[in-house]
Design a protein around this ligand. Structure first.
Ligand SMILES: Nc1ncnc2c1ncn2[C@@H]1O[C@H](COP(=O)(O)OP(=O)(O)OP(=O)(O)O)[C@@H](O)[C@H]1O
Ligand SMILES: [Mg+2]
Length: 244
């Protein structure tokens, strides 16, 4: 599948290079934490598709059974995905629900059979149970119509508009939580593509414990359709790389 709609428009890598973007920017956006422990989710329904028998790590194509080793592989895959998506996505590629699914497939396709597919189990964390799997197709279609497509690149001229869009997009997406794992990394990647489309640098999220907790609190608020915390966080992440 290709998202190169118009070969004449510059690809994002060229734009990113133009902006002095360094390779390996994934490191800025990635949370190095133990949240990848799949056991942190409570799962309803059969987990056979996802977990090994000991219920320790996600079943993966490389047969990795050590959580830390799996985490390292996920990081490498994320870095490669940034590179290939910056090559493939162009400045006029619409940010759609299909592109999100595709991006998840690019990030996690070497590791998981279910990469690029909506989850088939109900998952929850303390204080939140995300929508059941049957609802995800409709929810993501509605998300595309009511959220994604309301923020075309041409409308994101001021940083204020841009951060409002990103806070709304990330908050609403995380409230749907359509993938079994990797939701935050995927939506940060896709909104970083949007950032580069608008001529901005990717965002630099605070990866300290406090920064991670703040992101989770913002995601919790977004499940109640309150996006202010997420918007404020986007502003800080956008400004983090700007010279003071
Ligand atoms: N209790 C909660 N209520 C609402 N949202 C939550 C809660 N706990 C975590 N989240 C959200 O879920 C995200 C984690 O989702 P997931 O594990 O699918 O993505 P990920 O890419 O692995 O995330 P991360 O990089 O944050 O580990 C968090 O970053 C946060 O946005
Ligand atoms: Mg996770």
């Amino acid at each position: 599948m290709s998202f190169a709609h118009n070969e004449k428009t510059p690809d994002l890598r060229r734009l990113a290079v133009f902006q002095g973007l360094q390779e390996g920017m994934y490191a800025m956006t990635h949370m190095t934490d133990d949240q990848h422990s799949a056991s942190r989710y409570s799962v309803g329904g059969s987990e056979n598709e996802y977990m090994d028998e000991q219920q320790t790590v996600l079943k993966n194509k490389k047969g990795i059974t050590d959580l830390q080793a799996l985490f390292v592989e996920e990081e490498k895959s994320l870095a490669k995905a940034y590179e290939s998506l910056l090559d493939e996505v162009r400045s006029d590629t619409p940010i759609t629900s299909e592109l999100i699914r595709y991006a998840h497939g690019v990030v996690f396709g070497d590791l998981y059979d279910w990469a690029g597919r909506w989850r088939t189990v109900t998952i929850s964390k303390p204080g939140v149970t995300w929508p059941p799997p049957d609802y995800l197709n409709d929810a993501m279609r509605e998300f595309e119509r009511e959220v994604l497509l309301t923020y075309p690149v041409s409308s994101l001229t001021t940083d204020q508009e841009f951060c409002k869009a990103l806070g709304h997009i990330q908050g609403e997406f995380l409230a749907i939580h359509p993938f079994r794992e990797g939701n935050a990394r995927t939506i940060k990647l896709v909104t970083n593509l949007l950032a580069v489309q608008t001529g901005r640098l990717p965002l630099a999220y605070d990866s300290s414990d406090a920064g991670r907790n703040r992101y989770i609190e913002a995601a919790k608020a977004a499940t109640l359709k309150e996006y202010d915390l997420m918007i404020a966080l986007m502003k800080d992440a956008l400004n983090a790389l700007k010279p003071s």
